[in-house]
Design a binder for this molecule. Structure first.
Ligand SMILES: [Ca+2]
Ligand SMILES: [Ca+2]
Length: 509
C-alpha cells in the first residue's frame, strides 16, 4: 500500500507541469480572480455529476483547462446563517471555532482585521476589488477591499440579478485598461445566486421548464424539461434534523415544507436557471481578461460558500453535513496548473487565503490556520490533510458533527435535548450518495453501516477520529457518547432582535 502511494505520487508528479514560480522582484506577480457563488452543491455541475443537465460551459471549460478538486469542503457553522462563518473562514484562513465571530473572538487575535484577505493583498501592492451579496458576511473584512460594490441581487433581470455583479467587475477592468494600471489585482467576484429566492431570467427558466412559483396552495406545473430528481432524493428525512422552524427547511419561497417531485424538480429548474446565468457572467469577465491580454497571468478560482440539499435526503437547506452540502465545488485554473487535472485536495475554504498568498509570493500571516494547496496545484501532492471535520450547531445543541478519513465518513446528530441521537457511517467509495435504508437499495453497502456489526471496529475508529478533531479544533461541545472533557457548554447568547421578513422568518443566508 505504502509502495503504491509513493509510486502514484511519483507518477503524478511526473505527469504534471512545471512548479509554480513567482518572482515578485521581476514584477511578474499573478492576478487573482476569486469567484464565489452563494449556496451551490457541487452536484449541480456536470464536472461533479455527469448526470446533471445543467449547461455551464464556462465552468466546464475552467475545469478542462485547470484542476478540479473532488475533496473540497467548508468546515461548517455555529449559526443557521451558514454563510457567515463560511465567509469569515475565507477572509481569515481560520478554523471555525477560532473565528472572530465565535463568542466574541475568544480564540482569535484582536487585530485579525489587519490580516484578512484584502488587508494582506493591499499591503503587498495588489489592487483589490470586490462585488458580492450584502449581509451574512464579514463586513469589517469586506470593507478592506479598495473598491467595493456589494448588493444582494437575486432578481431575474440584468439590473436585479447576477449580471449586475458581472457588470461591476467589467467596469473595474475597463477602468484598469483606460488608466493603463499594471499592478496585479485581486478581484473577489461574488454572486448572490443561486441562493433563493431563485428568480431566474424568463429565458433560462423556460429552458429548465421552471416557473417562479409563488402560490403556497398549488403545485408548480410538471415539465419534462426540468432537471430529474437527485439520486438520493427522499420525500422526508428519516429523523428530525434538529433545528425547528429553520427557514431553509420550511419557508423557501416556492418550496415551503413540500418535498414532492413537482416542487423539487421545479426548484432545481430555478436553481439551474440561476447557475447558467452565473456561468454567462463569468464568461464575459474571462473574455474581457483575454482581450486585455491578462487571462494567462491570472489564477481563477471557482467555488461556493457551501453546498445545499434541494430535495436530497428529504432536506432543502444547507444546515446538514451530507456530501451535497458539506462539499463545495472547487476549480482552479492558472499558470503552471495542468489542464484537465483532477485531485482530492481535502481542502477547506479556510485554505483559500494561504493558497492565494502562496501563489502571489506573499508571506502567509501567522493568524492563518489553513494550508496552502499550492503543492497540490503543482502536482506534488494529492491532498493537504488526511482528516476532515464538519459541524452544524446552528440549531439545537450540540448539533451535528462529521468526520471523513479515507473512504469513510461518520455523521452524528445529538439534537432536540437528546431526543434525537443518531449515528451514520458511510463508505463513500461504495456509497458516494450516502444512501440510507429509506432509499431502499438492495446492495448491503448502499446504506448507513453504523449498526452493522461487521463495521464495529471502523465505527470505533471513526468515533475516535471525531473526538480527536473536536479537541484539536476547540469544539466547545461534546456529544452524548463522548467524555465531557471538563467543558461547560457555551451559554446561548441573547438573541439580537433581527429584521424579520414579511413571513416572520429570519433569513438564513
Ligand atoms: Ca450561502
Ligand atoms: Ca493600481
Amino acid at each position: 500500500m505504502k509502495y503504491f502511494s509513493l509510486f502514484s505520487i511519483t507518477l503524478l508528479a511526473s505527469f504534471f507541469s512545471q512548479p509554480i514560480a513567482v518572482d515578485a522582484a521581476k514584477g511578474d506577480r499573478p492576478n487573482i480572480l476569486f469567484i464565489i457563488v452563494d449556496d451551490q452543491s457541487p452536484f449541480d455541475l456536470k464536472v461533479y455529476n455527469p448526470r446533471s443537465i445543467l449547461h455551464a460551459p464556462t465552468i466546464s471549460r475552467l475545469a478542462a483547462e485547470g484542476m478540479v478538486f473532488d475533496g473540497a469542503y467548508h468546515m461548517g457553522s455555529f449559526s443557521g446563517a451558514v454563510c457567515t462563518p463560511s465567509r469569515h473562514m475565507i477572509m481569515t484562513g481560520r478554523t471555525v471555532w477560532h473565528l472572530p465571530n465565535w463568542q466574541g473572538g475568544i480564540h482569535c487575535p484582536d487585530d485579525i482585521v489587519n490580516n484578512v484577505m484584502a488587508s494582506v493583498f493591499n499591503r503587498a501592492g495588489y489592487d483589490t476589488m470586490r462585488t458580492c451579496k450584502k449581509g451574512n458576511s464579514y463586513r469589517a473584512a469586506n470593507r478592506q477591499f479598495t473598491v467595493v460594490h456589494d448588493a444582494t441581487k437575486r432578481g431575474g433581470t440584468e439590473e436585479s440579478g447576477s449580471a449586475w455583479h458581472g457588470k461591476q467587475v467589467l467596469n473595474y477592468l475597463n477602468t484598469r485598461e483606460a488608466t493603463k494600471d499594471k499592478d496585479p489585482f485581486l478581484i473577489y467576484f461574488g454572486f448572490s445566486h443561486p441562493h433563493d429566492t431563485r428568480n431566474g431570467t424568463p429565458e433560462l427558466l423556460a429552458k429548465y421548464g421552471a416557473v417562479n412559483h409563488k402560490d403556497k396552495n398549488t403545485l408548480p406545473p410538471a415539465n419534462p424539461k426540468q432537471p430529474p430528481l437527485p439520486v438520493n432524493y427522499l420525500l422526508k428525512h428519516p429523523f428530525h434534523h434538529g433545528h425547528p422552524r429553520l427557514r431553509d427547511e420550511v419557508n423557501v419561497s416556492g418550496v415551503w415544507r413540500r418535498r414532492d417531485e413537482r416542487t423539487i424538480r421545479n426548484e432545481l429548474g430555478r436553481e439551474f436557471a440561476c447557475d447558467e446565468n452565473i456561468d454567462r457572467q463569468i464568461a464575459k469577465v474571462l473574455k474581457k481578461l483575454e482581450a486585455m491580454g491578462e487571462l494567462d497571468n491570472t489564477y481563477i478560482i471557482y467555488t461556493a460558500d457551501h453546498g445545499i440539499a434541494i430535495g436530497r435526503h428529504g432536506l432543502m437547506g444547507k444546515q446538514n453535513l451530507y456530501q451535497h452540502t458539506w462539499r463545495i465545488p472547487f476549480i482552479v485554473k492558472g499558470p503552471g496548473i495542468k489542464a484537465g487535472s483532477r485531485v482530492t485536495g481535502n481542502n477547506y475554504l479556510l485554505d483559500v487565503l494561504p493558497t492565494l498568498c502562496d501563489l502571489a509570493g506573499i508571506e502567509i500571516p501567522k493568524s492563518v490556520e489553513g494550508r496552502s494547496v499550492k503543492p497540490v496545484l503543482e502536482g506534488k501532492k494529492m491532498t493537504v490533510r488526511d482528516v476532515l471535520y464538519g459541524v452544524y450547531s446552528g440549531g439545537t445543541k450540540p448539533g451535528m458533527r462529521a468526520v471523513k478519513k479515507g473512504d469513510w465518513k461518520l455523521i452524528k446528530y445529538d439534537v432536540l435535548n437528546g431526543t434525537v441521537r443518531k449515528t451514520q457511517l458511510f463508505n463513500l467509495a461504495k456509497n458516494p450518495h450516502e444512501f440510507l435504508a429509506e432509499h431502499g437499495k438492495k446492495d448491503p453497502q448502499l446504506t448507513n453501516l453504523a449498526s452493522n456489526p461487521a463495521y464495529a471496529n471502523k465505527l470505533a475508529e471513526m468515533e475516535a477520529v471525531l473526538l480527536s478533531e473536536m479537541r484539536h479544533l476547540d469544539d466547545p461541545y461534546r456529544l452524548w457518547n463522548q467524555p465531557n472533557d471538563g467543558l461547560t457548554p457555551p451559554k446561548p447568547r441573547k438573541r439580537k432582535k433581527r429584521k424579520r421578513n414579511k413571513r416572520g422568518n429570519e433569513s438564513n443566508d
